[in-house]
Ligand binder design. Structure first.
Ligand SMILES: C[S@@+](CC[C@H](N)C(=O)[O-])C[C@H]1O[C@@H](n2cnc3c(N)ncnc32)[C@H](O)[C@@H]1O
Length: 229
């Protein structure tokens, strides 16, 4: 899968996949989207429900942007995160080196750039299929597999569903895989995703999630949170 670097409207990088004509993030702002969909509507939402330790599954680890933001937010909130990052097509080192997330995120979190860069590098250099401690607040286990084939052996409180969109990867958004995720979600746990298409919401409802349509990130009308009651 050939990917090229692009700059989104908030100045943060993303990747473009020519074969799919699809981007890794919103072109209106990669970091803004990640902060809104995954951190605010997922992580902070769970923290507000008094979770002090959260098992997170990310579908599509990709650039590691969501993992990096989650790691720093966990420190800020003083909570513990066990993060499982599922990825079918890991990124090449040369692309990872070009991504400008560390400098942007260092400013946002008032951290030193070199410290954020170090965490970002650790997220990517850590071994696959192994529990790795990244910080006092953040443990990572990256799995190099597809959602279709992976066996989800533990339960997750929060799912970051960040697959390519239903236009280019329709099977990722259908009942069968949502059902697999639902079975691996703890009671009162939730799934968040940037996509608010009617078909996706109907599928999540059929599987058993209570679906909430929330305001989306800049220039995107809506996003979705599915709660397992
Ligand atoms: C929209 S991108 C988002 C990536 C990541 N969350 C980020 O912020 O960079 C979708 C990701 O899903 C991965 N992917 C594609 N098909 C997959 C599959 N069947 N199972 C697991 N991951 C998949 C892609 O390689 C890509 O990294």
């Amino acid at each position: 899968m050939k990917r090229t670097l692009i700059t989104t409207a908030d100045g943060s990088h993303s990747l473009y996949v020519k074969d799919l004509d699809e981007h890794y993030h919103s072109i209106h702002g990669a970091i803004q989207e990640a902060l809104h969909v995954f951190i605010k509507s997922g992580l902070q939402y769970m923290h507000n429900k008094n979770y002090q330790e959260i098992n997170i599954l990310e579908i599509g680890f990709g650039t590691g942007l969501n993992a990096l933001l989650t790691c720093l937010e966990a420190e800020k909130l003083n909570i513990k995160i066990n993060y499982t990052g599922l990825e079918a097509f890991p990124l090449e080192d040369n692309l990872l080196k070009e991504l400008n997330y560390a400098e942007w995120i260092a400013n946002l979190f008032h951290h030193e750039k070199k410290n954020v860069k170090k965490i970002f590098e650790q997220l990517h250099s850590s071994e696959w299929q192994k529990d790795v401690t990244i910080s006092e607040h953040f443990k990572l286990n990256k799995i190099n597999n597809t959602l279709q084939d992976v066996q989800l052996t533990k339960a997750f409180d929060l799912i970051y569903f960040d697959a390519f969109g239903p236009r280019v990867q329709p099977d990722m958004w259908e009942d069968e895989l949502f059902s697999k995720i639902f079975s691996a979600t703890t009671t009162n746990g939730c799934l968040v995703t940037y996509c608010a298409k009617g078909e996706v919401k109907r599928s999540l409802k059929r599987i058993g999630f209570k679906v909430e349509t929330l305001p989306g990130p800049p220039r995107k009308r809506e996003m979705v949170r599915g709660i397992k009651e």
